[in-house]
Design a protein around this ligand. Sequence first.
Ligand SMILES: NC(=O)c1ccc[n+]([C@@H]2O[C@H](COP(=O)([O-])OP(=O)(O)OC[C@H]3O[C@@H](n4cnc5c(N)ncnc54)[C@H](OP(=O)(O)O)[C@@H]3O)[C@@H](O)[C@H]2O)c1
Length: 353
Amino acid sequence: MGVRKVGIFGGSGYVGGELLRILLGHGGVEVAFVTSKRFEGKAVHKVHPNLRGLTDLKFSSPAIPEAAELAELFFLALPHGSSAPFAAELLKAGKRVVDLSADFRLKNGEEYERWYRWKHPFPELLREAVLGLPELHRDEIRGAQLVAVPGCMATAAILGLFPVVSKGLVNAEPIVIDAKIGSSGGGASPTLEGYHPERYGVVRPYQPVGHRHIAEIEQEVGSAAAGKVVVSFTPHAVNMVRGILCTIHAFQTRELENKDVWKAYRESYEGEPFVRLVKDPTILHGLPDPKVLAGSNYCDIGFELDEHAKRLVIFSAIDNLIKGAAGNAVQCMNLMLGEEESKGLKSPGIHPV
Ligand SMILES: NC(=O)c1ccc[n+]([C@@H]2O[C@H](COP(=O)([O-])OP(=O)(O)OC[C@H]3O[C@@H](n4cnc5c(N)ncnc54)[C@H](OP(=O)(O)O)[C@@H]3O)[C@@H](O)[C@H]2O)c1
């Protein structure tokens, strides 16, 4: 079989740029086209300067039926609400879709009205969509037509929580998640919040209650718990460009020892190519830190037991643009196309940055 072709809708954004970087070095697929209306006709390195000399691709803006002829699998790196019609039309043409927006992450259409104040235009597709988290849904992803990559902060939170909730080590409520995120999480479009004098040096809580990622976290962790989970989630914008650290406070169902928690993580993530357990009090980087993950597809998870408060505090770190978006999407693509799961994704983070 020749090289498989893929297309990228939304290639001028930060996620689109990271998809391009990873796919250009992948070796098993060719990027047939990459879209942008704003930069149509321009070489991709004019927007993504790190790609200069690596490709002759130019941004284009094909109509969907025309684009559907050019590839077998399509990434949608578009804003929430914009992806759904693209996905519906591509699926109708018999194509496979990996969507990075929130449009197909939730199973229940009514949840979109509650969390996104948006009436889902294709609720029937929600049943078909598979959440793109290989650690939880690997076999379903292999056969899926439509994969919905989870949100970046949700990815870190779900991976940190899933083993200890599914094995009943912590209560389903309360679970408190304090997330820190870098500025690239907001995308490439200029905003006042992201303007350098306003963004530089901040530790700024935002959407302290009611953040949309709560719905995804409760959906996935709740299914692991076989019951309702209530998550209290507050993100903070911090002074990084990339990276997420979720500090998760959960409460023990019984008196736990370190070995109980180790066992839960080891059993859940044994053989996982991109989950690493990091808990070594003897070294400087003995707990997860997103700084050492920049550019990599790893999720680093660590924990401490708090005897005083009967708490389990979990630390889960990722690069929001890689395991939180483009890298995870390519991991899903590898599964869908029958490629080696970690193909194109093996580079470690850069240290020091
Ligand atoms: N940033 C992250 O850390 C992150 C992590 C996980 C998931 N995500 C999700 O991934 C998606 C992309 O995020 P991003 O950060 O890359 O955003 P971004 O930097 O703002 O880029 C958005 C892209 O979508 C295109 N676009 C905008 N409106 C469109 C429309 N109506 N129709 C077609 N194309 C349109 C833009 O192209 P033009 O050049 O034509 O304007 C641009 O290429 C979003 O849904 C985001 O929530 C982001």
